[in-house]
Design a protein around this ligand. Structure first.
Ligand SMILES: [Zn+2]
Length: 541
């Protein structure tokens, strides 16, 4: 044992497992010791039978870095507390082995905003998250709010461009004036300096969609100065996905920021198969030396809000303005026409697919609609689907979550297999209803279905996509790899049984095969059950 810490100094020993260290290198037998929240890799068999406060036997199991979920919408879920159904939702992430969540995606975060915009923002986030999660002037305020709520795993946040824009201009459909853009840059700069992970956009969602390319270039240049990425939900993931990817490439080139494409997909019947063009484009850019990556979730269905199925003009002015328009039959007819004919620059999910591919995930006051498609609801009511959607939005005060069955398996597999694609759940943990099962199943599903059953990825490759690759992209120093001195975030799983069990009807069922999870050197999951320990932190990057 010469040259190693005394085994008796370890708080925890994980013994007898196959170490898959997160770098992509082949797994090897090794023991892992944890002391004061840091790792030591021990040659196999050298760890004595005693000498640690706690021992986890890992024979036949894989010991990997804790998973980094690079794409979540979990910004506020722990702030809801148990009263908001928070605990069941919160648990789902850590039970699948996630030790760090990155929120603030798709242009939506809980900060920043000018002080005078905070009350309006707080009202919006109360609706979005199904409870009072607050709104914060900057990353420091967000981190302080989270510091008061114990959590099992760690949380990092991007700065959402839509939030930033609404936090300066309000939710309005017009270009930012030069002084407003300067203010947006200053707020972004401050939050990035405090530790936010990068800049995200959601260019299909209002109010982010009201921004032109130049505005985003100016903001991405601020991220570039901090060495942080530009992370984007493209302006179109359907029939115009290639043009939208070109816009993102232009933003990255002009700003100097690294580009990360969120939940890359080519959805809707006109775009199926288009990953055969987008992925070679990204690969060619990488070969030229451009820093471009993406993430993906292992499902052919997406999830978003029902209001995003309506044309952008319908959402101009925010929720109150939308609700007023939905009450006007003439405006409804105009929405119907926009969906049938399309609007330049608008993704138009329903026009690309149909109301039969859109099912209700969460409508708290109308649970009988959950799990049914808008087309089914319309048929049984003898009504037009747009009217059914509009009535539901009005009755739910604008907040209805949907699941959109919009992709084909071949595209999902191509993206999963891309060597620069990491794993992100895109989970939307909101109380009530039937959320997309990806929040509880993403990581075990990749390991069970795409590694073990289909052989699409090697185990080490898949783990790298969930750990080392993700940590490198988002600047999670000392995480995502198992090596001496690294942070002790770990997962122990059974490669023979690991599998997702969450489904569209039972979306929060915990996975099989995830045995133990360690965050910050503390065991937070043992034998597949939460221990109740809460060592998680907000990470300032
Ligand atoms: Zn998104």
């Amino acid at each position: 044992m010469s040259g190693l810490d005394l085994p008796s100094g370890f708080d925890l020993l994980i013994r007898g497992g196959l170490l898959v260290d997160g770098t992509g290198r082949p797994g090897r037998p090794a023991d892992v010791g944890v002391a004061a929240g840091r790792l030591t890799v021990l040659p196999p068999g050298e760890a004595p039978r005693t000498g640690a406060a706690e021992v986890i036997e890992a024979r036949g199991r894989v010991v990997a870095p804790g998973f980094v979920d690079v794409h979540t919408h979990s910004d506020g879920v722990t702030l809801l507390g148990a009263s908001g159904g928070g605990s069941t939702l919160v648990r789902a992430s850590v039970l699948q082995g996630v030790t760090t969540e990155i929120c603030g995606n798709c242009g939506s975060s809980l900060f920043p905003a000018l002080p005078e915009r905070l009350p309006a923002m707080r009202a919006e986030t109360r609706i979005t998250f199904g409870g009072d999660v607050g709104a914060y002037a900057d990353f420091a305020g967000f981190a302080a709010a989270h510091a008061g709520v114990p959590r099992a795993n760690h949380l990092a946040s991007l700065v959402g461009h839509g939030t930033l824009r609404a936090g300066v201009l309000g939710p309005v459909d017009r270009p930012a004036r030069p002084d407003e853009l300067r203010t947006m840059c200053a707020l972004l700069d401050a939050s990035l300096a405090q530790g936010a992970a990068g800049l995200s956009t959601g260019l299909i969602y209002t109010p982010g969609s009201y921004a032109g390319t130049d505005e985003v270039v100016a903001l991405a240049a601020v991220a570039a100065r901090h060495g942080k990425p530009y992370v984007t939900h493209l302006r179109d993931e359907m029939s115009r996905v290639e043009e939208a990817l070109e816009e993102a490439i232009e933003i990255s080139r002009r700003s100097g920021a690294a580009l990360h494409v969120s939940h890359h997909k080519t959805a809707g019947r006109y775009a199926w198969g288009r990953t055969e063009r987008t992925l070679p484009r990204i690969a060619a850019l990488r070969a030229e030396g451009m820093d471009v990556t993406c993430d993906v979730y292992p499902y052919t269905a997406g999830s978003t809000v029902l209001a995003a199925m309506l044309p952008p003009w319908a959402n101009d002015g925010g929720l109150a303005a939308l609700t007023a328009r939905l009450g006007d039959p003439a405006q409804r007819d105009r929405m119907r026409r926009s969906i049938a004919e399309g609007v330049p620059g608008w993704e138009n999910t329903v026009g690309n697919g149909g109301w039969d591919r859109i099912s209700v995930a969460c409508a708290p006051r109308h649970p009988q609609t959950e799990g049914r498609t808008i087309a089914e609801l319309a048929a049984s009511a003898g009504a037009d689907p747009l009217d059914v959607a509009a009535d539901l939005l009005v009755a739910e005060a604008g907040e209805v979550t949907i699941i959109s069955h919009s992709m084909v398996e071949e595209d999902v597999r191509r993206v999963l297999a891309a060597p620069y694609a990491m794993i992100g759940s895109d989970g939307v943990p909101k109380p009530g209803g039937r959320p997309h099962p990806r929040w509880a199943g993403t990581f075990p599903r990749v390991l069970g279905r795409y590694v073990r059953e289909l052989g699409l990825l090697r185990l080490e490759e898949a783990v790298h996509k969930m750990t080392g690759m993700a940590a490198a992209r988002f600047g999670l120093t000392g995480r995502g790899v198992i090596r001496d001195g690294a942070h002790a975030d770990l997962v122990v799983f059974d490669p023979a049984t690991v599998a997702d069990r969450a489904t569209f009807t039972e979306p929060l069922l915990p996975p099989a095969g995830i045995g133990a999870v360690v965050a910050g050197g503390v065991v937070v999951v043992r034998d597949g059950e939460e221990t109740g320990a809460r060592p998680g932190k907000v990470l300032a990057l």
